[in-house]
Write a protein that binds this ligand. Sequence first.
Ligand SMILES: *Cc1c(COP(=O)(O)O)cnc(C)c1O
Length: 393
Amino acid sequence: MTNKHTFQTRLLHNDHKFDRNTGAVSVPIQQASTFHQADFDNPGIYDYSRSGNPTRDALEETIASLEKGTHGFAFASGMAAISTAFMLLSKGDHIVISEDVYGGTFRMINDVLGRFGIEHTFVNMTDLHEVATAIKPNTKVLYIETPSNPLLNITDIQAVSKLAKANNCLTFVDNTFMTPALQQPLDLGADLVLHSATKFIAGHSDVVAGLAATNDPEIGEQLGFLQNSFGSILGAHDCWLVLRGLKTLDCRLKQSSESAHKIAEYLSAHPLIEEVYYPGFNCHPGSSTHAYQSSGAGAVLSFKLKDEAAVRTFSQHIELPVFAVSLGAVESILSYPAKMSHAAMPEPERLKRGITGGLLRLSVGLENPEDLIQDFENGLEYVKAAEQLSEVK
Ligand SMILES: *Cc1c(COP(=O)(O)O)cnc(C)c1O
């Protein structure tokens, strides 16, 4: 893929812009499990679709190139990508990981890897001193998610990667919230980038998928071996859906990020909103680090209402956002971390992390932001009325 064009253009004009055999302007879906071998001594590139499939190859080459890596991999889900990546480790190894990682990653580390003799330490990744202190002689991986979920904390990818290199560790970055359109961790020294492509990359709430990319040939080879051994590959049709979603990634994110900024400003000026978490604000503690390592604040923000009662009233009276788990779609998605993504976390643990009963997370979609703001204004009017009523009582 030629690198002379900008990211926005390369999403469309790349090695897979048309099919070499037919000229078709869409990657063909090779819905085949096995491939005819005319000569069993020379089986050709493809023999069985778990090991390799042309549609999956197209997606894997595309994500490798977009993340400026040499090897890309497509998995059945973000968790399949993340879990397979952890299989690069062996019994006795240790992971230093951000304490506010995605819930599924938390579960994998906490409830699964330990049974295989892989240890871990959760740290506040934004505190480099704490990260350095947690590194042990058997530490093999520093694991970052930035911005984090749901409070949008920012980790300095370059600083953590340097710390990792100095201690012979690898750096893994979950880049789901930013995508390569806004943040390219391999350029900042990370060794492996992971994605839930279910979110912004595919972008249409119609496919569950995971991606990985690396610029280290050795990791690439090992991960390819693990992908084939575990077999949690992405099917051909889903690969095609992700490829199609990718074409509009840049313009979707631009529009959604612009709207997110407007909505964040609106919410922060509203008297019923106690706090807005958005890395695009100068007052966000990670804003300068984020501005250095990313080219935009993204389309996710969180905000705090007074309490659960206020959240209930608000969510019952807004019309536009889908109220659901997940994020990164064409439609705005509002989610309630205390009862959704972090429901399994014990309440004291949750509150310690700032995930209170009043916290909502918003992933901004492609609606006109003025319509969204009007919808929120309306919902907040109901919250105000309910609060006045309870004061009178
Ligand atoms: C959703 C998500 C995942 C898990 O991806 P799935 O595709 O749901 O398996 C991992 N990391 C982050 C940051 C996510 O938002």
